[in-house]
Write a protein that binds this ligand. Structure first.
Ligand SMILES: Nc1ncnc2c1ncn2[C@@H]1O[C@H](COP(=O)(O)OP(=O)(O)OP(=O)(O)O)[C@@H](O)[C@H]1O
Ligand SMILES: [Mg+2]
Length: 224
């Protein structure tokens, strides 16, 4: 069974005067052990699609199925907490926590003992090519690219099967971008994760297993 299955998913943003149809009938499957890219113009609906997969909202029509179960029937907080690691377009680090504390925080919410969380946090920070010297700094004392890698480490440290990332390499130079995507690819293939990467970074598409194009709310598989 696919880890994720989308069936005729539609979603619109509604305000008093406007209706923006952001996702217009998407059906597709996502498998474990596979790294997916979603590319497409600004405003084409990529972040909206990720938020539906992440259970931040449910579709207006159609269903997002996680291991066969529609997200609209689940407690979305528990679904997100137990299954999803998300790296947001703007990182969302906690400014008053150090790098180490930022990476430890979601693990502690899961009841992992502080000593174990600390060890695992430090390992994942190293895995994204950051030196130990950053562990005790606050996010404001890091460059944009360093902050981004902390956000990636924080998501990976959760060791969930489904990792969703919005522009994970947007602030990184091409060598660092490729290193990060290579790391994600290794985790996908070794541990059977499913990773969905929204990206404008054409320099990493050759490392993806499957690339989808988002065009005006519709998803098309790119045959390369
Ligand atoms: N909160 C919102 N309220 C109303 N419309 C929205 C909202 N968020 C997004 N939209 C609209 O929905 C459409 C899809 O937006 P979305 O953020 O999913 O695009 P995107 O592909 O992620 O773009 P980008 O590459 O710029 O991040 C756009 O037309 C956008 O203006
Ligand atoms: Mg977006």
């Amino acid at each position: 069974m696919s880890i994720l299955s989308l069936q005729s998913v539609r979603y619109a943003y509604r305000s008093q005067y406007q209706l923006v149809e952001a996702v217009k009938g998407i059906s597709c499957e996502f498998e474990q052990g596979t790294m997916y890219a979603i590319v497409g113009k600004s405003g084409s609906g990529k972040s909206t699609l990720l938020s539906l997969i992440a259970g931040l909202d449910v579709p207006d029509e159609g269903d997002v199925l996680f291991r066969g179960v529609p997200t609209r029937t689940l407690n979305l907080d528990a679904y997100r907490r137990n299954n999803i690691a998300m790296i947001y377009q703007n990182f969302r680090l906690f400014p008053l926590l150090t790098v180490l504390e930022n990476v430890m925080y979601p693990m502690e919410l899961h009841g992992i003992r502080p000593r174990d969380a600390k060890k695992r946090a430090a390992e994942y920070v190293r895995s994204v090519d950051l030196p130990d010297a950053v562990l005790n700094r606050f996010p404001a004392m890091l460059s944009g690219g360093e902050r981004q890698r902390v956000a990636i480490a924080r998501a990976l440290a959760m060791e969930t099967n489904l990792i969703l990332t919005d522009e994970p390499t947007g602030n990184l130079d091409s060598t660092t971008s490729r290193n990060i995507i290579a790391l994600l690819g290794r985790l996908v293939h070794e541990r059977g994760y499913c990773i969905v990467v929204v990206t404008h970074d054409m320099g990493v598409l050759d490392m993806m297993d499957v690339t989808f194009q988002m065009r005006d709310g519709v998803l098309i598989e790119d045959q390369g």
